[in-house]
Design a protein around this ligand. Structure first.
Ligand code: PSU
Ligand code: MN
Length: 331
């Protein structure tokens, strides 16, 4: 993309917030790091990264190390990382080393912030770690098309009774950002998650496989609606999705690297134990995912955390390659 087309896209998006907003008013709504701001206005590849994974998804200090490594992988592969979080009520797109450290040490003291939580975290000047839904929203607001996470939320098991369906899925249905994830954990109901994504009109593509991956394992028993094999394939999906103004997101599911999927079966049985415990302890709502992740890590003696870190880094590598391919396509 040329600098001028990137600028006009940014100003278009800013105009989208409110036609009368001046740039300075926008500047007060969200804060872009200088690096991200420069990259966006010159059409360089940018990759958004979520922050709930840092605060609630992993313990300190592995969370900080992983967040730093993810950013380093994105840079090494030619893109600029934009980790997104709300600090002191300000949505920040791109964090400094100090801000990343602050978020990692806050851990679960930061609010887990999905779309519904954004306004309250901002108005109370709180610290919010953004989930996939909130991160997608802010990425889209500033014109970032590629976003890396570990796993997305989904339809929870028994969701047909509880109606616990992650807002990640509805966000994918309304926000045109490509989410690179390792699929959906088997703590969720994977077939219903895929059904719901279809209802929401989301393009779901598995990377170099015909099967939709299940986060810790390469397989889920569910066929993916479509398959992509290269970063260029992914970039073309994003480009055509934009040009046709579909307005929906894209989910690109990259299976966990083979060398880390070995522990998958062990982790699967730990998940079953953790789900039973969550039911007994009546842990529900947005506390369920963090509880299950922490408990599975305890039961597996850290194997699930190691696998989690490996797949997030793998997603960062692919996300950066996709963002680079997309920038080339838009030149
Ligand atoms: N899945 C993981 N790790 C995570 C999450 C999901 O393996 O950290 C986080 C992501 O931020 C995701 C959110 O967007 O949990 C979904 O939460 P809920 O199910 O409450 O919508
Ligand atoms: Mn939920």
């Amino acid at each position: 993309m040329t600098t001028s087309s990137a600028m006009s896209r940014l100003s278009h998006l800013q105009g989208h917030l409110s036609p009368t907003d001046s740039n300075s008013k926008i500047g007060r709504l969200v804060k872009l790091s200088p690096e991200v701001s420069r990259a966006l206005s010159s059409g360089q590849p940018v990759v958004a990264v979520e922050s709930t994974i840092i605060s609630h998804g992993m313990p300190y200090p592995q969370n900080l190390e992983t967040a730093r490594e993810v950013e380093a992988i994105v840079r090494k592969n030619g893109a600029v990382p934009a980790t997104i979080a709300i600090l002191d009520g300000i949505p920040c797109i791109g964090l400094s080393i100090e801000e990343l450290e602050r978020l990692a040490t806050l851990g679960s003291k930061a609010r887990k912030t999905a779309r519904r939580d954004i306004v309250h975290v901002v108005t109370t000047r709180g610290n919010g770690a953004t989930t996939v839904s909130a991160t997608m929203y802010f990425a889209s607001m500033v014109g970032i098309s590629v976003f890396v996470t570990g796993g997305t939320g989904g339809v929870h098991r028994h969701g047909e009774h509880t109606m616990d369906i992650s807002s990640d899925l509805t966000e994918l249905g309304r926000t045109p950002v490509a989410v690179i994830s390792a699929g959906v954990k088997s703590i969720l109901d994977i077939p219903r998650t895929l059904e719901y994504l279809e209802t929401q009109g989301v393009c779901v593509a598995a990377y170099k496989t015909d099967e939709f991956p299940a986060f810790f394992t390469e397989t889920s028993g569910c066929k993916a609606p479509c398959r992509v094999d290269t970063p260029e394939d992914c970039a073309r999906l994003i480009d055509v999705n934009t040009k046709l103004k579909l307005g929906t997101g894209i989910l690109i599911a990259v299976p966990i690297p083979k060398e880390h999927s070995a522990s998958g079966n062990l982790i699967e049985s730990a998940i079953q134990i953790a789900i039973t415990e969550a039911r007994e302890k009546k842990i529900t709502g947005n506390a369920e995912t963090p509880f299950l992740l922490a408990r599975v890590n305890e039961i597996t003696g850290g194997a699930s955390l190691a696998a989690n870190i490996a797949l997030v880094k793998n997603n960062a590598l692919h996300g950066a390659k996709i963002a680079v391919a997309l920038a080339q396509l838009r030149e």
